[in-house]
Design a protein around this ligand. Structure first.
Ligand SMILES: C[S@@+](CC[C@H](N)C(=O)[O-])C[C@H]1O[C@@H](n2cnc3c(N)ncnc32)[C@H](O)[C@@H]1O
Length: 246
């Protein structure tokens, strides 16, 4: 999947993914692991995490393929954003202190090659950090339990364990944990809207037959709620992996 697919959701990305609240939450999780003054976000999207890191005194240069997402980042974090493919970064070797990804490695063709490209641009002793998109939900979260029915659609080429166990040249894993639990409000009606309008990247390219077999049963269960507009507090957390560059 190309990053340019995100052009179609850029205008509503923040309101459907937690916006600056989520950006601050992930920035707080990343900040203790970031080293050095030259920090790059690979797949910066709308810049919510880079904005959150500014509160920690950390300035970020961002790269992304989606012009529409980047335009939002430009308004949010200023001119430090560049249109580029994270697999072919327009940067020289060992020019950065830290490179990080949030919810990007599930979108690239070969996550191991993408991590190695990140390692190429980071100096020895620097860090590569990834927050993966594989959500861990509260088992009491009834919306999450139903939405888990969409799991077969997730185009994650590698799962958490395969990334953790991968033999990466120049990268040594120094931390394998999770972000803190994030609490956020959501309604069943919102989730129905997000699925029907293919807001989630795993739904961008779903064909009619797969939609009928996988997505419709999930929608049917959500439409059965008698109180779809009642705000529900939800909780999730995500894998956080940190490598040092050898
Ligand atoms: C799920 S969004 C995450 C954005 C941001 N990191 C965040 O958490 O809000 C994924 C972003 O990665 C970008 N992307 C996907 N594949 C890419 C690639 N090969 N090169 C550069 N950016 C890419 C998309 O355009 C999109 O903005």
């Amino acid at each position: 999947m190309s990053g340019t697919s995100f052009d179609q959701v850029a205008a509503i990305y923040d309101q459907t993914r937690g916006g600056e609240r989520r950006g601050d939450h992930f920035a707080d999780a990343l900040a203790p692991w970031i080293v050095g003054p030259t920090v790059v976000e690979l797949g910066i999207g709308t810049g919510v995490i880079a904005k959150g890191l500014q509160r920690h005194g950390i300035d970020v240069v961002g790269f992304d393929l989606s012009d529409a997402m980047m335009r939002q980042a430009l308004g949010r974090v200023g001119s430090r954003v560049v249109v580029a493919d994270v697999d072919r970064l327009p940067l020289s070797d060992e020019c950065a202190d830290t490179a990080y990804f949030v919810w990007v490695l599930q979108l690239v063709d070969d996550p191991i090659a993408t991590l190695e490209e990140a390692a190429r641009i980071v100096r020895p002793g620097g860090r590569v950090i990834a927050i993966l998109s594989n959500s861990e939900f509260d088992p009491a979260d009834e919306i999450a339990t139903i939405i888990d029915g969409l799991a077969p659609l997730r185009a994650e080429r590698l799962g958490r364990n395969q990334i953790v166990e991968a033999d990466l040249s120049r990268l040594s894993l120094v931390h394998h944990g999770s972000t803190p639990w994030d609490r956020f409000p959501s309604t069943v009606a919102d989730e129905i809207d997000h699925i029907e309008n293919r807001i989630y990247s795993s739904l961008f390219d779903v064909d009619d037959a797969t939609w009928a077999a996988v997505v419709e049963p999930v929608l049917t269960q959500l439409r059965a709620f008698s109180d779809p507009d009642r705000p529900r507090e939800r909780r999730n957390r995500h894998p956080l992996l940190v490598w040092t560059v050898d």
